[in-house]
Structures are given as C-alpha cells and as structure tokens.
Design a protein around this ligand. Sequence first.
Ligand SMILES: [Zn+2]
Length: 350
Amino acid sequence: MRPPAPDNDDTIRIPRGVPLKRRSLLKPLLAGTGIILVPAALGGIWFALKPTNLLSAPIPIGAQTEAQIDASEPCATMVSTFALDAAVIVIDFQNLTTQGLALDRVAALVEKDHLPRDRVLSDAELIQAIHGSGDTIESYYYGHDYQAADLAKFFRLAAQENIQLNPHELWLKALLAQLGWLKPGAVGAIITVPAASGPVTPDMRAVILHHEISHGAFYTNATYRRYAESFWYSLTDAARAAFTGFLGRQGYDTTNTELMLNETQAYLIFTRDPRFFNAQAVGMSDAGIAQLREGFIANMPDFWLRPLANAILPPTPPRTAQCQQARATTPRGTCQICAVIRENRGLFCA
Ligand SMILES: [Zn+2]
C-alpha cells in the first residue's frame, strides 16, 4: 500500500545527489507528514538494525484480531495469524525501515512498474529503483501483501541468481519455511503493517491494516477473488481506466490485471481514508464512488470479510499513544513499558 502524498513543504528528505521524480500522488486533504530518514545504502543499515537471533529458533506466531493489532505498538517485529483466517499471516514490523528491508525487493519483483518480473534485483539495482521512483526504503510501500506462491518464487529466483539477501529477507525466508509455504501449492498470504512511528500515525496504521486485510482475503478465498474479478470486468472501460491510471501513478504495474483488480477492491472498499484514497484521485465524483461501493458490497460473498467493508475502524486507544511516546523516548526500555501497557499479550523483544 502506498503512503499518502507528502505536503509540498519538503518535510520528506531526499538524499543529496539523487534526482527526485515527482509523482502526481494523491493530494492529501489532511496535513502532516513526518520525516523519513534515508540511509546512504542498504548495507549500512543492516548492521544498524541487526536482527538478533533471527534464524536460530522458531519464530513465535500468535493469533490476533484486527482490533488487537490496532491497539498494539510492536517494539520488535511480531508475527500473528489473523484471527478470522488462519491462512493470513500478519507481520507487524517495528518500523518502516525493517519492513522495507524485508520486503522492498519482493515488491520490486512482484508489483512495481517498469521492473523485471523474472529476476530478483541486486542491492544496487534495488536502491536505484527505489530512489528512481522518488522513494526511500521506508516509503516504497507502507504496507505489503503477497500470496505464498509469489514469495516462494522470489526466494527460488534469488537462489538461482545467487543474490545475497539481507538478514531481514533471510528471516522472512525462515518464516515461510516454518509455515511450509516454500513448497509448491501452498495457499496463504502475508500482509504487513508498520508500527506507528515516523510518518505513520496510529490511525494511519489502522487504515493500512484494514486495506491489507482485504488483500489477505483476496489471496486465500477463491470465491472472493473471482468476485473481485467479475466486479472489475463489470466496470465501464472509463472506470477501469480511471482506477488503472490511479494505480499507475502509485507505482503499481498496470500491465498486471490481477494486481489492478485486487488493488481496486482494496482501495475502493477497504480504504476509507481520504489521505490514501478519494474520488478525486480517480477523477470520479463522490456519488460515483459511493455507487460503486454500494454495488460491490451488496453482492459480496458472505464470509468474514463482508462485515469489514462498512466497519468503522477500531479506535486507537490512549495507551497506544503512551506506548509510542515510550518507544520514542526510551528505545532500550521501550519493550518493557510496552509489555506492561499491552498486558503481556505475547510480546517478544529484541
Ligand atoms: Zn494494496
């Protein structure tokens, strides 16, 4: 999922010497973006964020509801099965940097425009692709979603090409092996959300998660996938072109029809926050978007995702703000503070 567009006040810092290609992203209706620090190179930051014991023990996997995830502030990356669908795995990253290091190279292979679909990028190529699109490791995506088969393909190609993966990518590979998802025919989806830090506020984190949950359903429920496909082809040519244009401006590969219709259901139905999606972004009227939404929801397959279409996102509890402040001010003691605040709900800390 793409981040909302920055204000034109240059609060996002671009590394010196790297040309910025300004995209016409959504114009945010709500002000405020944070500062994104751009590492000079991937290699340097791997060590700065050195994962501890990433590969030496099974990765703990709990089960959490959307509200539980929204209410939490991970001090270290946490993995859960989504309570409504055990085939959806939620990775709750401790920050955007860790998330980007684990998954930006996968994004480049699977979804990003003008990049090869049949080989994995080297470090240098990845950095060039990220910076060339005007992004940073952190902003390439704010939330990720992939089906098991695409993740398995990524690691298969990386091995064939002898690409040296970073420790966060190797951690992801270990997770997939633990889940049995590197084998052919595995059905499952990884969805991710970053902790509320830097430019990501607690309420934005909830919006990102809601959007990504819909992708999880798309990948694991064949009936819903077919429904999203039939909806896409029921749209007028003009409407399909409008959504394709919007997604192209966000950096998605517009030649991938499945990606277009998957993102359309996620933005149109499950991203009701004008910072990330609104009618103007697709050149339509509010009434036109409302009509499309109503039509989609009225005929949705009756399964766990359906009530989420019109659900109001869980409120961000005050304790989340307290925890965020603790994370910012006492990085080393943060985990203990957060663990207390979150009533020991299976938190593990680096
Ligand atoms: Zn999406």
